[in-house]
Design a binder for this molecule. Structure first.
Ligand code: ZN
Length: 141
């Protein structure tokens, strides 16, 4: 088994006293430091797993920088989907306006506020279906 370090770890030395080989394992090139050394691995998995080390590079803990990037991306994605919902609501409002119904709400927020729970459920399903079809037809981005 190989032990993978968070990407801000450049090297590790596990002393012989702690069961390691006593040599310094250094990160080579880009990517994460990985240690493929039986004695050192045992110490790493025993003592350092809570510091983000993992046997699977996909589950290594993110560094603060990486976390900030992920949070920014997640926020951007959330803003994108809010925009899609607003656009869908605007389309519904336009369709309602064309239907001759009275008291047509002027904004998507007014529209939602005027809907019953059943209507909101129906709208949520419609939005989910629309988003799913957009994902199928539109490439990433
Ligand atoms: Zn070692």
């Amino acid at each position: 088994m190989t032990a993978y370090a968070p990407s801000d770890v450049m090297s590790i030395t596990v002393p012989r006293d702690s069961g390691g080989c006593g040599k310094t394992h250094v990160r080579e090139g880009e990517g994460k430091l990985s240690v493929d050394c039986a004695g050192c691995e045992a110490h790493i998995f025993g003592a350092l797993s809570r510091h983000g080390w993992s046997a699977d590079p996909a589950t290594v803990a993110l560094t603060p920088d990486e976390l900030a990037t992920v949070e920014a991306q997640t926020q951007a994605a959330g803003m994108g989907s809010n925009l899609q919902i607003a656009q869908a609501l605007a389309q519904i409002a336009t369709a309602l306006a064309g239907s001759g119904l009275s008291a047509v709400p002027s904004t998507p927020a007014d529209l939602v506020n005027g809907m019953s729970a059943a209507e909101l459920d129906a709208l949520a399903r419609q939005i989910a279906a629309r988003k799913a079809s957009l994902k199928k037809t539109t490439p990433e981005g």
